[in-house]
Ligand binder design. Structure first.
Ligand code: PGA
Length: 253
């Protein structure tokens, strides 16, 4: 049984003091346990302050990126151990904005995912095709290549600790969502790709989240799909009411 995971990606929004206010509002609205895993991923600068707010609550803490080395002369970077020590349990890896603007390659995504795993963090590895790739009929091929690249060298016993997020690039921040059935088909394709690498039993344990303009209005229908195990929420996670409604939609779906 895959536990539903709802993750909030705050991107480069919220100063530490603003982040505390938002995190307190999220914790307040989600105080009752409901069998759904919830995580919020503020910017690095707010992790410590938000960590103090969520500690002891059912809301987990995650980061938005990580470097693959344990430590070293890598100015500006942050290691998995550093995140772990701050109380993080999750980290987003390979978000399309990083692939697009910061030269994130499949190889780096792979190294980051393995580093996260080695430090006991759950990597939320993002994959997804661009609009031109979809229009060229290459969506399945592109996503499968990203999944294979991200999971190269993984031991099958570790794959259970992975969460994948399918985020079609054309749906991120645009208000356009994949139709639930189309998203479900891609999730099935991703699961089949994982099964091809590690076997069907391993693949069936992996949580595959959908991301791209998830809102309270569309969350239930998306989360009702059998292959959609949660959501990676950007814009709507910056509003405590909207984020809490998405978690509630997950519960009732
Ligand atoms: P969005 O972002 O919900 O604002 O589309 C999703 C994401 O980038 O993770």
């Amino acid at each position: 049984m895959r536990r539903t995971l709802i993750a909030g990606n705050w991107k480069m929004y919220k100063t530490p003091s603003e982040a505390v206010v938002l995190a307190e509002a999220v914790v307040k609205r989600l105080s009752a346990p409901d069998g759904i895993d919830v995580v919020i991923c503020p910017p690095f600068t707010a992790l410590e302050a938000v960590g103090k707010v969520v500690v002891g609550s059912r809301v987990g803490l995650g980061a938005q990126d990580v470097h693959w080395e344990k430590e070293g002369a890598y100015t500006g970077e942050v290691s998995a151990e550093m995140l772990r020590d701050l109380g993080c349990r999750y980290v987003i890896v390979g978000h399309s904005e990083r692939r697009q603007h910061f030269g994130e390659t499949d190889e780096r995504v792979n190294k980051k995912g393995l580093a996260a795993l080695a430090s006991g963090l759950t990597p939320i590895v993002c994959v997804g095709e661009t609009l031109s790739e979809r229009e060229a009929g290459r969506a399945n091929e592109v996503v499968a290549a990203q999944v294979k690249g991200a999971l190269s060298g993984w031991a099958s016993r570790d794959v259970q600790f992975l969460a994948l997020a399918y985020e079609p690039v054309w749906a991120i921040g645009t208000g356009q969502t994949a139709t639930p059935s189309r998203a479900d088909e891609m999730h099935a394709h991703i699961r089949m790709t994982i099964a091809g690498l590690f076997g069907a039993d391993v693949a069936k344990e992996v949580r595959i989240l959908y991301g791209g303009s998830v809102k309270p209005e569309n969350a239930k229908e998306l989360l009702q799909q059998s292959e959609i195990d949660g959501a990676l929420v950007g814009g709507a996670s910056l509003d405590a009411d909207a984020f809490a409604s998405i978690v509630k939609a997950a519960k009732s779906s």
